[in-house]
Write a protein of this length. Sequence first.
Length: 317
Amino acid sequence: MKPYEQRFPWNLDWNLLRTFMVVVEQRGISRAAYYLGLKQPTISAALRRLEDTTGHKLIIRKPNEFSVTRAGSILYQECSQIFGSVSQLPSLLESGAEELRGHITIATTSHVISDHYDDLLHDFASAHPKVTFSTTVAESEEVVSRVQQNRASFGLCLLHKIPANLKASILYREYFGLFCGPRHSLFTKERIALDEIEGETSVSFQTETEEGPLFPVAHLRARAKLAPGWRGVSSSLHELRRMIVAGVGIGALPLHVAKRDIESGLLRQLPPYDALPLVNIYLLTNPLRKLSDAETVFLATCQAAIKDNTLEARTYK
Protein backbone atom coordinates (compact mmCIF):
# COMPACT_ATOMS: atom_id res chain seq x y z
CA MET A 1 0.00 0.00 0.00
CA LYS A 2 1.31 3.43 -0.95
CA PRO A 3 1.97 5.98 1.85
CA TYR A 4 -0.89 8.16 0.52
CA GLU A 5 -3.30 5.23 0.76
CA GLN A 6 -2.16 4.50 4.32
CA ARG A 7 -2.76 8.10 5.40
CA PHE A 8 -6.07 8.51 3.55
CA PRO A 9 -8.48 7.11 6.22
CA TRP A 10 -6.71 9.19 8.90
CA ASN A 11 -6.79 12.41 6.89
CA LEU A 12 -10.40 12.02 5.74
CA ASP A 13 -13.10 13.95 7.55
CA TRP A 14 -15.84 11.31 7.73
CA ASN A 15 -18.54 13.98 8.01
CA LEU A 16 -17.77 14.89 4.40
CA LEU A 17 -18.95 11.45 3.29
CA ARG A 18 -22.32 11.97 4.96
CA THR A 19 -22.67 15.39 3.32
CA PHE A 20 -21.70 14.00 -0.08
CA MET A 21 -24.26 11.19 0.23
CA VAL A 22 -27.04 13.70 0.95
CA VAL A 23 -25.97 15.89 -2.00
CA VAL A 24 -26.27 12.90 -4.36
CA GLU A 25 -29.61 11.75 -2.95
CA GLN A 26 -31.09 15.25 -2.97
CA ARG A 27 -29.63 15.86 -6.44
CA GLY A 28 -28.32 19.30 -5.68
CA ILE A 29 -26.36 21.43 -3.23
CA SER A 30 -29.23 23.76 -2.36
CA ARG A 31 -31.58 20.85 -1.64
CA ALA A 32 -28.89 19.15 0.45
CA ALA A 33 -28.35 22.37 2.40
CA TYR A 34 -32.07 22.61 3.14
CA TYR A 35 -32.21 18.93 4.13
CA LEU A 36 -29.25 19.24 6.51
CA GLY A 37 -30.24 22.64 7.86
CA LEU A 38 -27.00 24.24 6.64
CA LYS A 39 -26.13 27.10 4.31
CA GLN A 40 -25.36 26.42 0.67
CA PRO A 41 -21.75 27.74 0.80
CA THR A 42 -21.07 25.30 3.66
CA ILE A 43 -22.17 22.36 1.53
CA SER A 44 -20.17 23.62 -1.49
CA ALA A 45 -17.06 23.97 0.65
CA ALA A 46 -17.50 20.48 2.08
CA LEU A 47 -17.82 19.02 -1.42
CA ARG A 48 -14.65 20.82 -2.57
CA ARG A 49 -12.76 19.50 0.47
CA LEU A 50 -13.87 15.95 -0.29
CA GLU A 51 -12.85 16.28 -3.96
CA ASP A 52 -9.46 17.64 -2.85
CA THR A 53 -9.01 14.78 -0.39
CA THR A 54 -9.95 12.07 -2.87
CA GLY A 55 -8.24 13.73 -5.82
CA HIS A 56 -11.27 13.18 -8.05
CA LYS A 57 -14.09 15.24 -9.47
CA LEU A 58 -17.22 13.79 -7.87
CA ILE A 59 -20.10 15.91 -9.11
CA ILE A 60 -20.57 17.99 -12.24
CA ARG A 61 -22.35 21.23 -11.38
CA LYS A 62 -23.60 23.45 -14.20
CA PRO A 63 -26.65 25.68 -14.57
CA ASN A 64 -29.71 23.41 -14.81
CA GLU A 65 -27.51 20.31 -14.73
CA PHE A 66 -26.53 17.92 -11.97
CA SER A 67 -24.68 14.68 -12.58
CA VAL A 68 -22.43 12.33 -10.65
CA THR A 69 -19.10 11.28 -12.15
CA ARG A 70 -17.94 7.67 -12.30
CA ALA A 71 -15.69 8.27 -9.28
CA GLY A 72 -18.61 9.93 -7.50
CA SER A 73 -20.88 6.95 -8.17
CA ILE A 74 -18.31 4.55 -6.75
CA LEU A 75 -17.84 6.74 -3.69
CA TYR A 76 -21.60 7.06 -3.18
CA GLN A 77 -22.00 3.27 -3.14
CA GLU A 78 -19.26 2.98 -0.53
CA CYS A 79 -20.76 5.82 1.53
CA SER A 80 -24.11 4.03 1.52
CA GLN A 81 -22.48 0.84 2.75
CA ILE A 82 -20.70 2.75 5.53
CA PHE A 83 -23.93 4.51 6.49
CA GLY A 84 -25.76 1.18 6.56
CA SER A 85 -23.11 -0.39 8.81
CA VAL A 86 -23.06 2.57 11.21
CA SER A 87 -26.86 2.66 11.39
CA GLN A 88 -26.81 -0.96 12.60
CA LEU A 89 -24.56 -0.23 15.58
CA PRO A 90 -27.29 0.76 18.11
CA SER A 91 -29.24 -2.45 17.43
CA LEU A 92 -26.12 -4.62 17.45
CA LEU A 93 -25.04 -3.14 20.79
CA GLU A 94 -28.42 -4.07 22.26
CA SER A 95 -27.61 -7.75 21.67
CA GLY A 96 -27.54 -9.84 24.82
CA ALA A 97 -30.14 -7.82 26.70
CA GLU A 98 -32.61 -9.91 28.72
CA GLU A 99 -35.55 -8.27 26.95
CA LEU A 100 -35.41 -8.03 23.18
CA ARG A 101 -34.43 -4.53 22.14
CA GLY A 102 -33.30 -2.86 18.94
CA HIS A 103 -34.52 -0.97 15.91
CA ILE A 104 -35.91 -2.33 12.65
CA THR A 105 -35.88 -0.27 9.46
CA ILE A 106 -38.27 -1.29 6.72
CA ALA A 107 -38.31 0.04 3.17
CA THR A 108 -41.65 -0.54 1.48
CA THR A 109 -43.64 0.42 -1.56
CA SER A 110 -47.05 2.04 -1.14
CA HIS A 111 -48.60 -1.13 -2.64
CA VAL A 112 -48.10 -3.14 0.57
CA ILE A 113 -51.62 -3.40 1.98
CA SER A 114 -52.08 -6.77 3.65
CA ASP A 115 -53.97 -8.08 6.68
CA HIS A 116 -51.42 -10.89 6.92
CA TYR A 117 -48.55 -8.44 7.26
CA ASP A 118 -50.52 -6.20 9.65
CA ASP A 119 -51.23 -9.20 11.90
CA LEU A 120 -47.58 -10.23 11.80
CA LEU A 121 -46.44 -6.72 12.72
CA HIS A 122 -48.98 -6.50 15.54
CA ASP A 123 -48.00 -9.86 17.04
CA PHE A 124 -44.29 -9.04 16.93
CA ALA A 125 -44.72 -5.54 18.36
CA SER A 126 -46.92 -6.87 21.17
CA ALA A 127 -44.45 -9.60 22.06
CA HIS A 128 -41.43 -7.26 21.98
CA PRO A 129 -42.46 -3.79 23.22
CA LYS A 130 -38.87 -2.51 23.46
CA VAL A 131 -38.23 -2.91 19.72
CA THR A 132 -38.74 0.24 17.64
CA PHE A 133 -39.52 0.66 13.94
CA SER A 134 -39.01 3.14 11.13
CA THR A 135 -40.58 2.77 7.69
CA THR A 136 -39.61 4.47 4.43
CA VAL A 137 -42.03 4.44 1.48
CA ALA A 138 -40.28 4.37 -1.91
CA GLU A 139 -40.46 2.89 -5.39
CA SER A 140 -39.50 -0.78 -5.71
CA GLU A 141 -36.14 0.10 -7.29
CA GLU A 142 -35.26 2.30 -4.31
CA VAL A 143 -36.40 -0.39 -1.86
CA VAL A 144 -34.02 -2.86 -3.52
CA SER A 145 -31.21 -0.30 -3.38
CA ARG A 146 -31.72 0.38 0.34
CA VAL A 147 -31.63 -3.32 1.19
CA GLN A 148 -28.55 -3.86 -0.97
CA GLN A 149 -26.76 -0.95 0.71
CA ASN A 150 -27.68 -2.12 4.24
CA ARG A 151 -29.73 1.03 4.77
CA ALA A 152 -32.82 -1.00 5.57
CA SER A 153 -33.26 -4.15 7.63
CA PHE A 154 -35.87 -5.51 5.23
CA GLY A 155 -37.68 -4.54 2.04
CA LEU A 156 -41.29 -5.06 0.98
CA CYS A 157 -41.80 -4.55 -2.73
CA LEU A 158 -42.70 -5.78 -6.19
CA LEU A 159 -39.92 -7.23 -8.35
CA HIS A 160 -39.45 -7.67 -12.09
CA LYS A 161 -36.71 -10.17 -11.23
CA ILE A 162 -35.02 -11.14 -7.98
CA PRO A 163 -31.60 -9.45 -7.55
CA ALA A 164 -28.79 -12.01 -7.53
CA ASN A 165 -27.30 -10.75 -4.25
CA LEU A 166 -30.56 -10.66 -2.27
CA LYS A 167 -33.06 -13.19 -0.95
CA ALA A 168 -36.76 -12.81 -1.68
CA SER A 169 -39.79 -14.64 -0.30
CA ILE A 170 -43.36 -14.11 -1.49
CA LEU A 171 -45.14 -12.29 1.34
CA TYR A 172 -48.47 -12.35 -0.48
CA ARG A 173 -50.02 -12.10 -3.96
CA GLU A 174 -52.70 -9.80 -5.35
CA TYR A 175 -54.86 -9.59 -8.46
CA PHE A 176 -55.22 -6.31 -10.32
CA GLY A 177 -58.37 -5.07 -12.04
CA LEU A 178 -59.46 -1.88 -13.82
CA PHE A 179 -61.57 0.70 -12.00
CA CYS A 180 -63.32 4.01 -12.56
CA GLY A 181 -64.59 6.61 -10.09
CA PRO A 182 -68.10 8.05 -9.51
CA ARG A 183 -67.41 11.00 -11.84
CA HIS A 184 -66.75 8.72 -14.81
CA SER A 185 -69.54 8.34 -17.39
CA LEU A 186 -69.53 4.53 -17.05
CA PHE A 187 -69.86 4.48 -13.27
CA THR A 188 -73.67 4.40 -13.12
CA LYS A 189 -74.25 2.24 -16.20
CA GLU A 190 -76.05 -1.01 -15.35
CA ARG A 191 -73.85 -3.26 -17.48
CA ILE A 192 -70.54 -2.55 -19.14
CA ALA A 193 -69.06 -4.56 -22.01
CA LEU A 194 -65.32 -4.76 -22.57
CA ASP A 195 -65.49 -2.89 -25.88
CA GLU A 196 -67.17 0.07 -24.16
CA ILE A 197 -63.95 1.09 -22.40
CA GLU A 198 -61.89 0.98 -25.59
CA GLY A 199 -60.14 4.30 -26.17
CA GLU A 200 -60.82 5.62 -22.66
CA THR A 201 -58.12 7.73 -21.04
CA SER A 202 -56.26 6.15 -18.16
CA VAL A 203 -53.88 6.67 -15.25
CA SER A 204 -50.90 4.44 -14.63
CA PHE A 205 -48.29 3.29 -12.15
CA GLN A 206 -44.78 4.37 -13.12
CA THR A 207 -43.68 0.72 -13.04
CA GLU A 208 -46.15 -0.43 -15.72
CA THR A 209 -43.24 -0.65 -18.17
CA GLU A 210 -41.56 -3.54 -19.94
CA GLU A 211 -38.81 -3.78 -17.32
CA GLY A 212 -41.07 -2.78 -14.43
CA PRO A 213 -42.60 -5.09 -11.79
CA LEU A 214 -46.14 -4.08 -12.84
CA PHE A 215 -45.67 -4.92 -16.51
CA PRO A 216 -48.45 -7.56 -16.27
CA VAL A 217 -50.82 -4.67 -15.52
CA ALA A 218 -49.76 -3.02 -18.78
CA HIS A 219 -51.01 -6.16 -20.57
CA LEU A 220 -54.37 -5.66 -18.88
CA ARG A 221 -54.53 -2.09 -20.17
CA ALA A 222 -53.64 -3.31 -23.67
CA ARG A 223 -56.29 -6.02 -23.49
CA ALA A 224 -58.89 -3.38 -22.65
CA LYS A 225 -57.60 -1.25 -25.57
CA LEU A 226 -57.40 1.89 -23.47
CA ALA A 227 -56.13 5.05 -25.17
CA PRO A 228 -52.36 4.98 -25.81
CA GLY A 229 -50.25 6.69 -23.17
CA TRP A 230 -51.64 7.93 -19.90
CA ARG A 231 -53.28 11.06 -18.54
CA GLY A 232 -51.90 10.67 -15.03
CA VAL A 233 -49.01 8.71 -13.51
CA SER A 234 -47.73 8.04 -9.99
CA SER A 235 -45.53 5.63 -8.05
CA SER A 236 -47.99 5.81 -5.13
CA LEU A 237 -51.01 3.52 -4.93
CA HIS A 238 -52.82 6.11 -2.82
CA GLU A 239 -52.28 8.90 -5.36
CA LEU A 240 -53.28 6.67 -8.27
CA ARG A 241 -56.46 5.78 -6.40
CA ARG A 242 -57.09 9.50 -5.87
CA MET A 243 -56.85 10.17 -9.62
CA ILE A 244 -59.26 7.31 -10.39
CA VAL A 245 -61.81 8.53 -7.82
CA ALA A 246 -61.43 12.10 -9.10
CA GLY A 247 -62.23 11.00 -12.64
CA VAL A 248 -58.84 11.75 -14.21
CA GLY A 249 -58.95 8.36 -15.90
CA ILE A 250 -59.45 4.61 -15.61
CA GLY A 251 -56.73 2.83 -13.65
CA ALA A 252 -55.64 -0.51 -12.25
CA LEU A 253 -55.65 -1.31 -8.53
CA PRO A 254 -55.35 -4.50 -6.44
CA LEU A 255 -58.81 -6.01 -6.05
CA HIS A 256 -58.60 -6.36 -2.27
CA VAL A 257 -57.47 -2.74 -1.88
CA ALA A 258 -60.38 -1.45 -3.96
CA LYS A 259 -62.99 -3.59 -2.18
CA ARG A 260 -63.74 -1.08 0.59
CA ASP A 261 -64.01 1.79 -1.90
CA ILE A 262 -66.43 -0.26 -3.99
CA GLU A 263 -68.60 -0.81 -0.92
CA SER A 264 -68.44 2.94 -0.18
CA GLY A 265 -69.47 3.87 -3.71
CA LEU A 266 -66.13 5.46 -4.62
CA LEU A 267 -64.94 2.88 -7.17
CA ARG A 268 -66.45 0.52 -9.69
CA GLN A 269 -64.65 -2.41 -11.25
CA LEU A 270 -64.62 -2.52 -15.04
CA PRO A 271 -64.14 -5.41 -17.47
CA PRO A 272 -62.32 -7.63 -18.10
CA TYR A 273 -63.17 -9.70 -15.03
CA ASP A 274 -61.31 -12.90 -15.91
CA ALA A 275 -57.63 -13.85 -16.40
CA LEU A 276 -56.55 -10.81 -14.36
CA PRO A 277 -52.84 -10.19 -13.71
CA LEU A 278 -51.43 -11.71 -10.53
CA VAL A 279 -48.56 -9.81 -8.87
CA ASN A 280 -46.22 -10.98 -6.10
CA ILE A 281 -45.24 -8.80 -3.14
CA TYR A 282 -41.86 -9.88 -1.77
CA LEU A 283 -40.06 -9.79 1.56
CA LEU A 284 -36.51 -8.80 0.65
CA THR A 285 -33.40 -9.50 2.77
CA ASN A 286 -29.66 -9.07 2.38
CA PRO A 287 -27.72 -12.28 3.27
CA LEU A 288 -24.58 -10.19 3.92
CA ARG A 289 -26.24 -8.02 6.55
CA LYS A 290 -25.18 -8.69 10.14
CA LEU A 291 -28.59 -8.95 11.72
CA SER A 292 -29.23 -7.64 15.23
CA ASP A 293 -31.18 -9.78 17.69
CA ALA A 294 -34.34 -7.80 16.96
CA GLU A 295 -33.90 -8.19 13.18
CA THR A 296 -33.19 -11.91 13.56
CA VAL A 297 -36.37 -12.51 15.56
CA PHE A 298 -38.46 -10.34 13.22
CA LEU A 299 -37.18 -12.25 10.18
CA ALA A 300 -37.92 -15.56 11.89
CA THR A 301 -41.44 -14.30 12.65
CA CYS A 302 -41.96 -13.35 8.99
CA GLN A 303 -40.63 -16.69 7.76
CA ALA A 304 -42.86 -18.59 10.19
CA ALA A 305 -45.92 -16.63 9.04
CA ILE A 306 -45.09 -17.40 5.41
CA LYS A 307 -44.53 -21.09 6.18
CA ASP A 308 -47.70 -21.46 8.28
CA ASN A 309 -49.96 -20.00 5.57
CA THR A 310 -50.15 -21.54 2.11
CA LEU A 311 -49.54 -19.33 -0.90
CA GLU A 312 -53.19 -19.71 -1.78
CA ALA A 313 -54.15 -18.39 1.67
CA ARG A 314 -51.81 -15.44 1.06
CA THR A 315 -53.42 -14.61 -2.28
CA TYR A 316 -55.91 -11.74 -2.23
CA LYS A 317 -58.77 -11.98 -4.69
